[in-house]
Design a protein around this ligand. Structure first.
Ligand code: MG
Length: 386
């Protein structure tokens, strides 16, 4: 698979917007505008890493906006947007990805559909951008002061994320340094790249004015929709004297094998949470090949999934977990497990189901070779957003 980094440009001062803090740090719904943007990009299963390009004065605000999302350190931008992007590309060039998506921090409602379309187009193009048609009739005023209509069928509004093969756009940005170009597709064109266009999304609008901000707030505070996610996990039983289930250490005459603490119940729960927002699976976010997660407490995985959900204004309604195994017995630990899961999810114990069943000694579970878990969660998300 191609490695893809999303570079989020968030170094602007927001002069047009005004106010005492740059607009990307203004609280939109329950979180800084930039947190929505970073969370949505980090959730996408085909984006391996999200890096923000920020102003050096904004470090503390950035750290609170990115808290819990597990992002690598931010990159400091330059005077103009174009300088910030070039500095961002240079900063990741030491470990170059195959693809880069360059996105405006002030487009907080970027959805999986538009990202997928850009990535699809990069299969056969060096550059791809999402764009929308112009609904209004366009006018041009001539020197005589009279207006004339412009053929709008050839006019498009460019959005972000704009996607590129990394080496091609890095080269184009180096060549274009000192030019004044308004976006990265213009830099790509300057560098002679062919730019493919895919359908944008009206909901992926850029917040430039106070009215845009009001509109964004109203979408987050509007009607809600219910979503459901499902997760399954299996781990092998081996030698040991305890198992960890739902974050609770339970004495047992066997142990669970796995890269992390092998908590099947929390792994299934993590996948269920990720499933509600189309965020791929636990292996994509926490690769077992990464030593960072060796022996990790699985509560970290659930916390990250919850952070991704909250960053987009989602609320967890309930979770229901079923553990399959002959032993250990779950009943004596159920209340502690319920309390643990409820506290991780930030919901009441009455919204957490912990159940257990045997498989009547059938199959690998019946032979005590492993434990399995299923989890279902439901969440409420703003209905007007992708
Ligand atoms: Mg697992």
């Amino acid at each position: 698979m191609k490695r893809c980094v999303a570079l989020v440009v968030a170094a602007g001062r927001g002069q047009r917007f005004g106010g005492d803090i740059p607009k990307q740090y203004k609280v939109l719904g329950d979180a800084a505008m930039l947190r929505h943007t970073l969370g949505r990009l980090s959730a996408h299963p085909d984006i391996d890493e999200v890096r923000a390009v920020i102003h050096p004065n904004d470090v503390s605000q950035y750290e609170s906006a990115a808290k819990g999302l597990g992002l690598a350190s931010p990159i400091f931008g330059g005077q103009e947007r174009q300088d910030s992007v070039r500095l961002g590309l240079e900063a990741i060039a030491a470990d170059p990805p195959d693809l880069v998506l360059i996105h405006d921090g002030a487009r907080p409602f970027v959805g999986a559909g538009v990202i997928d379309r850009v990535l699809d187009a990069l299969e056969h193009s060096d550059a791809a951008i999402p764009a929308l048609t112009v609904p209004d009739t366009l006018k041009q005023i001539g020197e005589d002061g009279h207006s004339a209509s412009v053929d709008r069928s050839k006019i498009w509004r460019a959005q972000t994320p704009q996607g590129f093969r990394f080496s091609a756009i890095l080269q184009a940005h180096r060549e274009a340094a000192g030019q004044v170009l308004t976006d990265d597709s213009s830099v790509a064109e300057f560098g002679g790249l062919t730019v493919a266009m895919v359908d944008g999304d009206e909901r992926n609008f850029k917040i430039t004015t106070r009215a845009d901000f009001q509109h964004a707030s109203s979408l987050l505070h509007g009607a809600l929709e219910t979503r459901v996610g499902h997760g399954v996990d299996v781990h092998k039983l081996g030698e040991g004297n305890s198992v960890t289930l739902c974050g609770v250490l339970i004495p047992h005459d066997q142990g669970l094998e796995g890269h992390s603490d092998a908590d099947v119940a929390l792994h299934a729960l993590t996948d269920a949470l990720l499933g509600t927002i189309s965020a791929g699976d636990i292996g994509r976010h926490f690769p077992p090949t990464d030593d960072k997660w060796r022996g990790a407490a699985s509560v970290l995985f659930v916390n990250r999934a919850v952070a991704l959900l909250r960053a987009r204004g989602a609320r967890i309604v309930n979770a229901d977990i079923t553990i399959l195994g002959e032993a250990p017995r779950i009943g004596p630990h159920r209340r502690m497990m319920t309390t643990r899961v409820a506290s991780i999810l930030g919901i009441d114990n009455g919204r957490v189901g912990i159940k257990a069943t045997t498989t009547e000694q059938l199959g690998f579970i019946g032979r005590r070779e492993g434990l399995a878990a299923h989890a279902v969660v439901s969440v409420q998300c703003p209905a007007g957003l992708p």
